[in-house]
Design a protein around this ligand. Sequence first.
Ligand code: EPZ
Length: 429
Amino acid sequence: MDRIRIVGGKQLNGTIPISGAKNAALPLMIASLLTDQTLILDNVPRLADVAQLQRILGNHGVDIMAAGKRSGDHEYQGQTLHISAANIIDTTAPYELVSKMRASFWVIAPLLARMHEAKVSLPGGCAIGTRPVDLLIMALEKLGADITIDGGYVIAKAPGGLKGAEIDFAKVTVSGTHVALMAATLAKGTTVITNAACEPEILDVADCLNKMGARITGAGTPRITIEGVAKLNGARHTVLPDRIETGTYAMAVAMTGGDVQLSGARPELLQAALDVLAQAGANITVNNDGIRVTRNGAGIKAVNVETAPFPGFPTDLQAQLMALMTRADGNSRITETIFENRFMHVQELARFGARIHLDGETAVVEGMKELRGAPVMATDLRASVSLVIAGLAAEGETMVNRVYHLDRGFERLEDKLSACGATIERISG
Ligand code: EPZ
């Protein structure tokens, strides 16, 4: 199993190109199931989760062609996928595939909308909490699906097709909103989703669906209206830049000090996180090529933060902020409001000598002058990268084990950081 070795203590200086967003690329690929024509996606990141979803879609009979590099392409440029679901040969998503990646459960929506049936394994729990799918099932039932659970599978049927409905989410849910949105595009009549998630990835998927002929208004706000259409077409769409990757590297620079241009980043996708970083003492400037982050000389200031749905501070940056706060001047409080168990990084950060106390859903971080490198590992993707951030600033050597978590969501992490002067390398095997 690959590991990442870091020798900490170097500043980061240079340019980091930001990849396409994993959490938009996955639902966009799933949306290809809604049409028998080809969907072309540009700027798809080269990630383990994308490769896994390619396998899952392949199982339904979807053909995917990944275009190779073209002359003039930047070395980090994402791939272009030509996805054709002309013939769906299987409407079952088996346990062996769905259990490896939660988002693959979302295939239930386009399969049900287009094929009027789907049998999808329940995704099960995961390292950051129980993560149920009750709200997704509620949304599909509102749209007229008949749903039973048998043998660990959700079996959904809508023999006459789905029908437009009013769907009010009791809790803001990204997965619920994606599923309701995709399913409603082919439902008969009008669907109104209230208390919808406003994450930029929802808007990106809605933009793509509209290019495919869907009639969606209000995406990116809590109220989305969808006029169902009989059929969707092929389209071409570019995946938006990854705001979590952007925020992660911004935190890394705030941690080590230095001067880094985050090329292709869009500040409006993570304003809350940029505001927190500025409060913590980083200088953030926006320019034509993205975002420039610097911290020279000044120390890191302690901040108190609560995670929240967009446009609030994202839960997917909570672990990285906690790593940064381990070296702040004073105590900070970080409260996780989205997932009930997203503090797996706390005990690993302690291996660097960090002092963090958990008080229910709040972590109190006692900032200290120095961290010391250590062997560490984490059980989810964002927790893993928080250990990389700590390692970049820690004295001596850090070995991050279980790198496959990082490969799920960060494209060429070690290359991007070493190009900015970090001592970081992948050790294979
Ligand atoms: C998406 O997960 C992201 N995944 C997550 O990123 C992200 O952390 C999360 O949104 C919140 O922003 C993808 O986009 C692929 P939710 P999702 O439905 O959609 C509860 C990463 O590291 N809930 O908004 O699964 C749920 O348990 C990943 O890239 C129900 O109770 O999140 C949670 O507490 C991790 N019932 C809250 O809602 C349901 O039916 C928000 O979950 C569905 C969700």
